[in-house]
Design a protein around this ligand. Structure first.
Ligand code: F6R
Length: 242
């Protein structure tokens, strides 16, 4: 079930997302958090950092699981999602590194990395999963055509996703990795609650597909129509086709 919140701008969208996160943090003892990278959740993470600084809320006993990681980027690469999460959240709160889980994009056997990640993931219930959405309707890196019942797996990134993400790689699509390891749609659907954040006109079509379109693997986010508790935080541009 979707609760749709439409706000004027990114700041207000981030405030709305933080309200949901705060509700979970306040009402659950040591919740397990599912986290995303990309531009969409940065404002939410800034609010979590501010709240930590101002209220002393502790993340010492909280576990986190991230959605995805590029295949081939070592953890200390400046564009790895490991680095992104440390720069945008983990370095600014009191979470110990052993509580942080980000899929491992390097090593001899990426398939085994997927199995290991999923095996760890199923031991926990994600209290709230933060999501962005790709302009092609992907959530995590589950690209169009990806079956709804997949666990953590490897995914070839679409041209559109690599083009969208080239802004982080000196606007050079050739530098954007071609594959990612990603939580599957089945892994994501197990989360108790979901916050999905989308802003900007380039997300409007994907947002429409997710909320109003048919449930189809052509728009992976449309699987969320079957989830009992999704708060969708949008700005006017992302909501413009609704
Ligand atoms: C990131 C992720 C992706 C992004 C999506 C939107 O961990 O899983 O699905 O959420 O590509 O990216 P932004 O927020 O940069 O527009």
């Amino acid at each position: 079930m979707f609760k749709i919140i439409i706000k004027e701008n990114y700041d207000e969208v981030s405030d709305a997302a933080f309200e949901v996160m705060k509700e979970v943090l306040d009402s659950t003892e040591n919740p397990v958090l599912g986290l995303a990278t990309g531009s969409s959740p940065v404002g939410l993470y800034q609010r979590m950092i501010k709240d930590h600084e101002e209220t002393g809320r502790s993340y010492k006993d909280i576990l986190t699981f991230n959605l995805d990681e590029y295949v081939g980027l070592p953890r200390d690469h400046e564009q790895s999602y490991w680095t992104f999460m440390h720069e945008n959240l983990f370095n600014h709160i009191d979470i110990p590194d052993e509580n942080v889980h980000v899929p491992l994009g390097i090593g001899d056997d990426p398939e085994q990395n997927c199995v290991d990640y999923e095996n760890e993931l199923v031991k926990h219930e994600i209290a709230v999963q933060v999501l962005g959405i790709g302009s092609d309707g992907h959530i995590a890196f589950n690209e169009p055509g990806c079956p709804f019942d997949t666990p953590t797996h490897l995914m070839d990134l679409t041209e559109q996703t690599r083009r969208d993400n080239a802004r982080f790689f000196e606007n050079d699509i050739d530098q954007v990795p071609t594959r990612a390891i990603t939580m599957g749609l089945a892994s994501i659907m197990r989360a108790k609650r979901i916050i999905l954040i989308a802003t900007g006109k380039n997300k409007a079509e994907a947002v429409y597909g997710m909320l109003k379109g048919p449930k189809t693997t052509d728009c992976p986010a449309s699987i969320l129509q079957d989830h009992p508790d999704v708060t969708v935080c949008l700005d006017k541009d992302a909501a413009s086709l609704l």
